[in-house]
Design a protein around this ligand. Structure first.
Ligand code: GLN
Length: 540
């Protein structure tokens, strides 16, 4: 749980703890509890709550699940996530089905009991020995009280099996220039009033914690284990800092356990690569969720950004992400020139019509200037629209999401999705989760994956319209991946281009720090090749 303020990197702390315990030989999983009433994260705007992540079994979750997957190098499921809304919904459904046999269903104990049931279920289904649970929000908030109550109840029953870690904040006010421990003392007291005494305090601050402050926190809160957790340049360094502080060993000792082994070699190599790159690669991302500045952008596209980083690091390069405001290209096409200084262009997923014409212009630029292009979901759909308009000369070609009246609906809604939208059935109703994709032999995609079929995660309602597929292919757009069962186009590419590829799915969800996603890696590699060619061209 978190204290004092939100945004302390609780998700990274949880991911790091889980990863360390995993590397010490235990079967570990991580769960996120989000306190809001939404049943899942699918209906929330990314500017409000960051990226919507999708599990392989099709649940739309908070972005923290993505962090857990990246650190644990695993795939989690819907059992790893719950919200207040989901908990209440299952209780209400059970009540409507007479599963309480005439009893009064009460907030306490029925809500915390349902929370506990879900935690145990997750442990069972993932066959984990240790579950790290992140309670969203900050202690003292009304909305996460019932989750703290569930935690308290679990601890009461099995004190030897439950530990509490408070991720707290130690501010350094600029007028004092000194780190203050009082807010953390208050946070512990607030937690105490919920019946919980933390076993460990993770002291988040811009700097490392010194000995006197460590002692002061211990003295005033009764928490002996205070771990220093200063800001770092890369989140992937956090586990190494925790290891230096022996956090995982302390957690294990408190459970009466010992490390079965410790293997952080690959992780150390990763961090070395992060901090010691040999070159740089500049990738432009045309974002839409500019809402409240750059910070929002980072959160809204976190899996895409992380996937670019993993790919760049695997090629010993330092990733530089450039944000492009595609809307600007609509009024001022001359601004497209800024794409010149990029090594690659990504058009990520999205919804609705804002900035679409600008994105199509950017894609046209990439196609006609040999600039490596990677389209993710909406980005792939818009690449098909661009190709239909400017190569096939279907001037009003479009996706029916933007223009339902187009005479050339090259991207059209899936039939079952049309029915859902007519019923106003919006929540959790897109084509979601993992589906198999069969790759075309000899394609760029197949060469990158080095496999005949792959499984990737989806989140969309629209698709390439098969009525146009033969014409698109004849004009040079190769469909290099299909979902065989329904003959849906999953990957498109331009064989003549150095790298021009789009996926209907979201490959970014499967990229891992230790194993970059093959398509992101191929894309960034193409960017580096272009960079080298241009450098030697100027040298001559
Ligand atoms: N809006 C598009 C669709 O629904 C793309 C979705 C996305 O990019 N995730 O198909």
């Amino acid at each position: 749980m978190g204290g004092v303020i939100s945004g302390l990197g609780k998700g990274v702390a949880v991911s790091s703890m889980a990863m360390l315990l995993q590397q010490k030989g235990y079967r570990v999983t991580a769960m996120k509890i989000d306190p809001y009433v939404n049943v899942d994260a699918g209906t929330m705007n990314p500017t409000e709550h960051g990226e919507v992540f999708v599990t392989k079994d099709g649940l739309e979750t908070d972005q923290d699940i993505g962090n857990y997957e990246r650190f644990l190098n695993t795939e989690l499921t819907r059992s790893n996530y719950m919200t207040t809304g989901a908990v209440y919904l299952s209780l209400i459904e059970a009540e409507r089905n007479l599963q309480f046999s005439g009893k009064c269903v009460e907030v306490v104990p029925h809500v915390p009991n349902e929370v506990i049931r879900r935690i145990r279920l997750c442990a069972q289904q993932t066959r984990s020995e240790i579950v790290i649970i992140e309670v969203g929000g900050t202690v003292g908030e009304y909305q996460n009280l019932l989750f703290l109550e569930a935690a308290r109840m679990m601890h009461l029953k099995e004190p030897e099996n439950v530990q509490f870690v408070l991720v707290s904040y130690l501010p350094i006010p600029s007028n004092l220039g000194e780190m203050k421990t009082k807010p953390t003392q208050y946070a512990v007291r607030t937690l105490n009033s919920a019946g919980i005494q933390p076993d460990i305090v993770l002291a988040r601050a811009s700097q490392a914690l010194d000995a006197p402050r460590r002692a002061r926190i211990a003295e005033n809160t009764g928490v002996d284990e205070v771990i220093s957790a200063p800001d770092v340049a890369s989140i992937y360094e956090v586990p190494l800092n925790f290891e230096r502080e022996k956090l995982a060993d302390t957690l294990l000792a408190n459970f009466g356990l010992r490390a079965r082994r410790t293997d952080l070699r690959r992780w150390r190599t990763l961090v070395r690569r992060v901090y010691r790159p040999r070159r740089q690669v500049r990738i432009g991302i045309a974002g839409k969720y500019f809402g409240t500045g750059d910070f929002t952008l980072l959160d809204s596209y976190i899996s895409v950004i992380e996937a670019v980083k993993h790919a760049a690091w695997s090629l010993r390069a330092k990733p530089e992400v450039v944000w492009l405001n595609a809307e600007a290209y609509e009024q001022a096409p001359a601004q497209l020139k800024e794409l010149q200084r990029l090594d690659g262009l990504i058009i990520p997923g999205g919804f609705g019509s804002r900035g679409i014409e600008g994105k199509i212009k950017a894609i046209q630029y990439a196609r006609t200037h040999a600039l490596p292009f990677f389209g993710l979901c909406y980005g792939m759909q818009l690449a098909v629209v661009e190709f239909a308009r400017n190569v096939l000369k279907f001037r009003d070609a479009d996706t029916t999401e933007v223009n339902p009246a187009t005479t050339h609906p090259v991207i059209d809604i899936l039939p079952e999705q049309r029915e859902k939208l007519a019923r106003r059935d919006y929540g959790g109703s897109m084509r979601l989760g993992a589906y198999p994709c069969t790759l075309k032999r000899g394609s760029v995609a197949q060469a990158a994956y080095g496999a005949a079929t792959v499984s990737e995660r989806h989140r969309h309602r629209y698709e390439v319209n098969n009525v146009y597929r033969a014409r698109l292919e004849k004009a040079g757009l190769r469909v290099s991946g299909v979902f065989k069962t329904r003959d849906l186009a999953e990957i498109i590419e331009l064989p003549e281009h150095p790298f021009f590829l789009g996926t209907q799915f979201h490959p970014e969800f499967l990229s891992r720090p230790l194993t970059a996603h093959p398509l992101f890696r191929a894309f960034v590699a193409a960017g580096l090749t272009r960079q080298r060619q241009r450098a030697s061209a100027t040298a001559e």
